[in-house]
Design a protein around this ligand. Structure first.
Ligand SMILES: [Zn+2]
Length: 287
């Protein structure tokens, strides 16, 4: 069958430097290896991330350090380009960073959605990936980006929305989700150890019981075993966040998931998927 599309283009819309590596990095690397042009929108420079002083030697700021780490990871994953939206990391729920005037969560959702729409119209991806409705592990920036990217997905194809670029309708929208059986296993394990699973992580700001309680249907599974080393190399770029071995909190947990099974799972948000079918290709039915 003749290919309907000339060039496969994939766009991931995420929030912080390291989301691309510790989250869906295996999938991004796998498509890049296959010749797909893979773009990343990253909304912030991870300003609220905890960084040990040794990593900041010779660096002007956490933002600069983490942008460098992000660019390192982009290269390891083989991505085409990263587009930064220049908002500030809002930090986990309840942190002082939430109140910063430049924090992503304090920006109007419509404004961020419009910025993402412009990128979609310019880059013309057939497939868009973002966080699930609870942002993976309930990070406020992840939830915000999920909402903005979803809005932008539909706005891009709406001719009534005027912008610098003509309207363009992407074909598929997916949400990356964390396997629930892993989360539930963790909740049980922590309880057995006498720990509180609703206060997980170094800062006790991750509620695993909340994550375990919300399930999303899985429509596509991507096995990234063939590019596992690329994902690991990208993770190692984020040394300030524990990527090089000094692991902490949620990153340690995500790394554990990754080692357990080299597979990403996605919920298909658009178009409405046929029930009962699990795809192994994000571009299924497009070409
Ligand atoms: Zn993040």
């Amino acid at each position: 069958m003749e290919a309907r599309i000339e060039k496969r283009v994939l766009l991931a819309v995420l929030a912080h430097p390291d989301d691309e590596s510790f989250g869906m990095g295996g999938t991004l690397a796998k498509y890049a290896v296959d010749g797909t042009s893979v773009h990343l929108i990253c909304a912030t420079r991870g300003e609220a991330g905890e960084v040990d002083p040794e990593f900041l030697e010779g660096q002007s700021s956490i933002a600069h350090l983490r942008e460098m780490e992000l660019r390192c990871a982009i290269e390891k994953l083989g991505l085409r380009e990263v587009h930064l939206l220049n908002y500030r990391d809002s930090g986990m729920s309840g942190s002082a960073d939430n109140k910063h005037p430049e924090a992503l969560i304090n920006a109007p959702l419509d404004q961020v959605a419009k910025e993402i729409t412009e990128y979609i119209r310019r880059i013309k991806p057939q497939v868009i990936l973002t966080f699930d409705p609870i942002g993976g592990y309930c990070h406020p920036d992840h939830i915000f980006i999920h909402q903005a990217a979803t809005k932008a997905f539909y706005l891009a194809g709406d001719p009534a929305f005027k912008s610098s670029f003509p309207s363009y309708k992407p074909e598929k929208l997916y949400y990356h989700t964390i396997p629930r059986h892993f989360v539930r296993f963790n909740v049980r394990l922590l309880r057995l150890l006498g720990k509180d699973p609703s206060k997980y992580g170094k800062n006790k700001d991750i509620d695993l019981t909340q994550i375990a309680g919300q399930d999303f249907p899985i429509h596509t599974r991507i096995n990234y075993k063939s590019v596992k080393t690329k994902k690991e190399a990208a993770g190692a770029c984020h040394a300030s966040q524990g990527g090089a071995g000094l692991t902490r909190g949620v990153i340690r947990w995500l790394l554990w998931l990754m080692r357990a099974k080299p597979e990403d799972q996605f919920m298909q948000a658009y178009p409405e998927p046929d029930s009962g079918i699990i795809n192994t290709n994000l571009f299924a039915e497009i070409n």
